[in-house]
Design a protein around this ligand. Structure first.
Ligand SMILES: NC(=O)c1ccc[n+]([C@@H]2O[C@H](COP(=O)([O-])OP(=O)(O)OC[C@H]3O[C@@H](n4cnc5c(N)ncnc54)[C@H](OP(=O)(O)O)[C@@H]3O)[C@@H](O)[C@H]2O)c1
Length: 239
């Protein structure tokens, strides 16, 4: 099965900042012949390639027949403040992605791509980073033909809700931007669009990248996005 074979994709987290842009990307070209989206609330978008289903994420086994695609993209996530408890945060950031990955693997998926976060580490003293590290490890154990771990730094983009922690982070990062060079470049905030574009591009290239478990840090995601923009610019100039 080559890279040009028309495949199906499954996307969870399509209503979020990164996921919504990723969905736009997936619908805009013909790499996937069908994009299956599982959400907990309806999305207004309609497209010939889009199959959307509203599901109860607490009962994923009941939707196993829908968790079936060649490639799976996971942009699920919450914050402890939004989830209200650490347990509920863990459900969204660990349990749902892992359950979806297990079912998808059982149903024959070969590629799994998930957004975690810069600093993800299962032995971290920070709960957020620890859960992100644990989910990475759980997905790694499932041994998809290819697994992509997407680790952005602070995300930039328009949100409908106000997140104080993120806003403070953005101000601090802006003030320190001049210092974020060389090895510190990875701490630069990154546009959600850059993450989504890079995640999609890497997903499409997965079969050329020899498979396996790969971690992509924020500065690399930015490079992929910049290259993609340059390629589009060059094409537009040539035509
Ligand atoms: N924010 C940052 O600066 C930052 C930095 C690094 C990494 N990350 C990580 O990057 C990923 C994507 O971030 P994002 O900002 O794009 O996320 P987001 O905008 O908060 O979107 C999260 C997605 O998860 C879904 N979700 C949340 N709680 C759910 C629940 N209980 N049941 C079902 N679905 C649920 C949301 O659905 P609804 O629309 O229904 O709520 C939405 O589709 C997350 O894993 C996040 O932790 C974020």
């Amino acid at each position: 099965m080559g890279c040009s074979y028309k495949k199906t994709a499954l996307l969870v987290g399509a209503t979020g900042l990164v996921g919504s842009i990723l969905l736009e990307q997936m619908l805009a070209d013909d790499y996937y012949q069908e994009v299956i989206v599982l959400t907990r609330k309806p999305i207004s978008l309609q497209h010939i390639k889009l199959s959307q289903h509203i599901i109860d994420f607490e009962n994923l086994e009941a939707y196993a027949h829908l968790i079936k695609a060649n490639d799976v993209y996971c942009c699920l996530g919450t914050t402890i403040r939004k989830a209200k408890t650490k347990e509920q945060f863990y459900q969204v950031d660990f349990v749902y992605p892992t359950e979806i990955a297990k079912i998808a693997k059982f149903n024959g998926a070969s590629h799994f791509s998930i957004v975690t976060a810069m600093g993800a580490c299962k032995s971290s003293t920070f709960y957020y980073n620890r859960v992100k590290g644990e989910v990475e490890e759980a997905i790694e154990h499932l041994q998809f033909k290819s697994t992509h771990i997407i680790r952005p730094s602070l995300l930039l983009g328009e949100r409908s809700e106000f997140r104080l922690g993120e806003e403070i982070g953005k101000v601090i990062a802006k003030g320190l931007e001049f210092m974020m060079v060389g090895g510190l470049k990875k701490y630069r905030p990154i546009e959600a669009k850059a993450v989504a574009v890079a995640m999609y591009q890497l997903g499409k290239d997965a079969c050329k990248l020899q498979g396996g478990f790969k971690i992509f840090e924020s500065s690399f995601l930015q490079t992929i996005y910049d290259e993609e923009r340059f390629a589009q610019f060059a094409t537009s100039q040539a035509s």
